[in-house]
Design a protein. Structure first.
Lengths: 114, 107
């Protein structure tokens, strides 16, 4: 069966520090991968999505970047965090080409920038 | 671009029926999905409508009208555990979510 792992679960970082959040999927090949951010009590904002290795689309210009070094690994990074980067970061996947397939989410990373 | 509009909050009584509406504007559209999110947790998939009409899954049903760019989620026999946020999401080459509807259930 397919599983998605996302870590860490909680992170407190000072303003200006770097960030690296990792997400891996097991049990499937060539998944679509997504990074979403959710501010407290708000909706899910799509940050990046990827349909394959080195194929990443950015939805919102900001100080975040994403990479997909392996088929089932998706990394969210920042060189210098801002206070506004605080939020709940969610990685998700679904199978390529299946339009009725649901998104499967990781457990999320709650990031607080101080 | 894509945008989805849904009410920010809905309140209903335990045992009753509630409908959460969603209207969308998208450049491309393959279908409308619904997700549930409890406080502190990740969203979980509830239903998907690729074609017009009603899809039923237990106490939950979802409806889509492509001509009206409109859908809704219907929750029947409400239980206290249904207190959560509900999101509609549209799919073209990516998946975009509405801002969510917070469902409050009164005993």
């Amino acid at each position: 069966s397919q599983t998605i792992h996302q870590w860490p679960a909680t992170l407190v970082q000072p303003v200006g520090s770097p960030l690296s959040l990792e997400c891996t999927v097991e049990g499937t090949s060539n998944p679509n991968l997504y990074w979403y951010r959710q501010a407290a009590g708000r909706g899910l904002q799509l940050l990046f999505y990827s349909i394959g290795i080195d194929q990443i689309s950015s939805e919102v210009p900001q100080n975040l970047s994403a990479s997909r070094p392996q088929d089932r690994q998706f990394i969210l990074s920042s060189k210098k965090l801002l206070l506004s980067d605080s939020g709940f970061y969610l990685c998700a996947w679904n199978p390529t080409g299946a339009y009725n397939s649901p998104l499967h989410f990781g457990n999320g990373t709650r990031l607080t920038v101080t | 671009g894509q945008s989805l509009e849904q009410p920010s909050e809905v309140t209903a009584v335990e045992g009753a029926i509630v409908q959460i509406n969603c209207t969308y504007q998208t450049s491309g559209f393959y279908g409308l999905s619904w997700y549930q999110q409890h406080d502190g947790g990740a969203p979980t998939f509830l239903s998907y409508n690729g074609l017009d009409g009603l899809e039923e899954t237990g106490r939950f049903s979802s409806f889509l009208s492509r001509s009206d760019s409109y859908g809704y989620l219907l929750l029947q026999e409400l239980q206290m555990k249904d207190s959560a946020s509900y999101f509609c999401a549209s799919r073209d080459d990516k998946i975009i979510f509405g801002k969510g509807t917070r469902l409050h259930i009164l005993p």
